[in-house]
Design a protein around this ligand. Sequence first.
Ligand code: KDG
Ligand code: MG
Length: 403
Amino acid sequence: MPRITAARVIVTCPGRNFVTLKIETEAGVYGLGDATLNGRELAVASYLTDHVIPCLIGRDAHRIEDIWQYLYKGCYWRRGPVTMSAIAAVDTALWDIKGKLANLPLYQLLGGASREGAMVYGHANGATLEATIENALHYKRLGYRAIRLQSGVPGLASTYGVSKDRYFYEPADADLPTENLWSTEKYLRSVPPLFAAAREALGWDVHLLHDVHHRLTPIEAGRLGKDLEPYRPFWMEDAVTAENQDSFRIIRQHTTTPLAVGEIFNSIWDCKQLIEQQLIDYIRATVVHAGGITHLRRIAAFADMHNVRTGCHGATDLSPVCLAAALHFDISVPNFGVQEYMRHTAETDAIFPHGYTFNDGMMHPGDAPGLGVDLDEVLAGNYPYQRAYLPVNRLEDGTLFSW
Ligand code: KDG
Ligand code: MG
C-alpha cells in the first residue's frame, strides 16, 4: 500500500496568497491539494499542520473515502470553511496520488470524460458601461462562449467585480480591509442597460452572466431578474445571501432568470434545501471550499436528481491546483453547466506548472497522470505570505453591508 510518509503546507504569495498541501508516500509519489481560503489563509494552514497532518502519517493513501470520513466525522466539529478547506486539500492530494499510481488522468478515475471540454466563462468588467462592453468584445474575440459582465455603478466610487488592472482582478488587495460604498438603487438602475448594450454589441450567440454578490433582498432580486429577462442571462449569481434559503422561493415567484449560488458553501447540507426544492439552477460549490472531489461529486449527484447543474467557482483566489481538480470534475460529471475561469498571473502559472488548456471557449485538464499540476517549491519560496483582506461594504449612511 502507498503509505503516507510526510505532508506539509506551502504558503506562497505571487501577488496573492495560496496555501497548498503536499502529501508524500513511500512509493515516492506525491499529491497536491489547494487549501486557500481568501483572507483567512493561515487558519487553514494551521488546521492542516497542527491538527490534520499528524493523523495522516502512516495511513494508506489509497483509502480516500475512509480518510475523508475520518477527518469529517472524526473531528466532531463538522463543516465550516476552515475544516472543509483542509479536508478538501487532503482529498485532492490523495486523488492526485491515486491518479499518478494508476498512471491515469484523474477524470478517468471519475468515470471518464462525459464531454470534450468544459465551457468556461471569463470576466468582462470596466469602470463604465462602455469599458465593460469593450472588455466583453475582447473576451468574445478570444473565443469565450460565456462572459460575465460586471460594471462600475454610476455614483459609486468602487464596487465588487471591477478591476484596477485591465486583465487581472484581485479584490484581496490591502493588509487591512478597504471600504466600499454601496447604493442598491444606483446599482439596480445600472445593470439592465449594461445587458441591453451587451446584447446589442455581442449578439445572442454568447452566454451572459452576472454576479450580484449577495447584495439584494429577495424582492429586489426578483425585480432585477425580471428586468434582465429580455436579455436572456445564463444566470444571476448570489442574488441574495443564502443563510435563509426561503429567500430563493420569493425570487423564483417573480422571475424565470436562472439562479446560481454556492461559492461560499462548504457542505452538501448548505445545498440541501435549495437543490431539493429546485430553488436554484446552478450550484457553485467547488473543490477547495466544499470538501474536495469526493464531497463535490456527492453534491453533483444530488443536484442531478433535481435538475440542478454545476457551475464551479473559479476566481483567482482558487489556485491552479483547484482549477485542475475542478476541470477533471467538470468533464466527468453528467450535469455539468459551466466553469468559472479567471486567468492567473504569469508568476502564479510559473509556480504551478500545469497541463490544462483553453481553446475556443472550452478548457481541458490534460492527460497527465493525476491532476496534471505541480508546484515549484523553490520559486514559491521567493514569494512569502503577505496579509491581505477582502474589502468591506457600507451603505452611503455608514451602515455595514454585504460586500
Ligand atoms: O475570495 C472571494 C472571491 O472568490 C469572490 O468574491 C469571487 O464572487 C466571486 C466570483 O464569482 O468569482
Ligand atoms: Mg461570485
